[in-house]
Design a protein around this ligand. Sequence first.
Ligand code: NAP
Length: 238
Amino acid sequence: MNELSRNGRKVALVTGGNRGIGLAACKGLVAQQYDVFMGCRDLDDGHVVINREALKNVTPLLLDVTDAASVNRAIASITEGKGYLDILINNAGISRGVRDKPSVEDLEQAQHTLEVNFFGVWRVIQACVPLMRGRSGAHIINVSSGHGSSTKVDSNNIAYRSSKAALNTLTQGFALELAEHDIRVNCMTPGWVRTKLGGLAAPRSPEEGAATILWLAKEDLNVTGSGQFFKDREIFPW
Ligand SMILES: NC(=O)c1ccc[n+]([C@@H]2O[C@H](COP(=O)([O-])OP(=O)(O)OC[C@H]3O[C@@H](n4cnc5c(N)ncnc54)[C@H](OP(=O)(O)O)[C@@H]3O)[C@@H](O)[C@H]2O)c1
């Protein structure tokens, strides 16, 4: 553990933190006094965003969730720089072929969606858990979607829906396993948000989309529990 970790500040990692809901989450975590690692696939982009937004206590971190070597390097650098992690926000995600029906959706595209939205999260959690053990209030927050709820199934965008439904199950499994280490694991849906993924017609701002993430980061176990799915600070149906 080096000098940086001795300042006692809490540490957060946000995957896909360079824009959209992830960027709003980074800003909110800074306001909550976290030192934030902003996961981004292009480090220059991360620096540009941090300068543009004049963000303090945010460090860009090269992190592609589909690439095991990239994930391991990123987490090693948090280990080296801080020695621990308190909050992990698994926000990085893609949605491709939004209108595709399952009979025609390209399966390579579908597999890539699962690789980012599901296996990517799984990979990052596996790498981060050793840094979170023993941290009081440690919390993994997975950014899911209403499309991951079995109450919202439709005939389009099945790879995306499946990836988020699988992410919800992953959330429950990790919550059960990590309870003995006092690490909470929850998921949430931000609603329909104006981002590159959500499009311009969406009613919510990125800040509104990040609000439940930031609420989860702030509240304790008695309020949020673990292994739950939230929207707008309320339990949402699986
Ligand atoms: N917007 C909505 O209406 C909505 C609704 C429900 C759920 N969500 C969920 O909210 C999360 C954030 O979405 P958003 O709307 O903010 O989308 P966005 O603006 O498109 O941002 C997506 C972020 O994910 C990153 N990313 C993509 N592939 C990655 C990979 N392989 N490794 C690491 N990072 C990767 C992107 O990085 P680059 O900049 O390098 O591409 C970007 O930072 C997603 O999980 C999404 O499913 C969004």
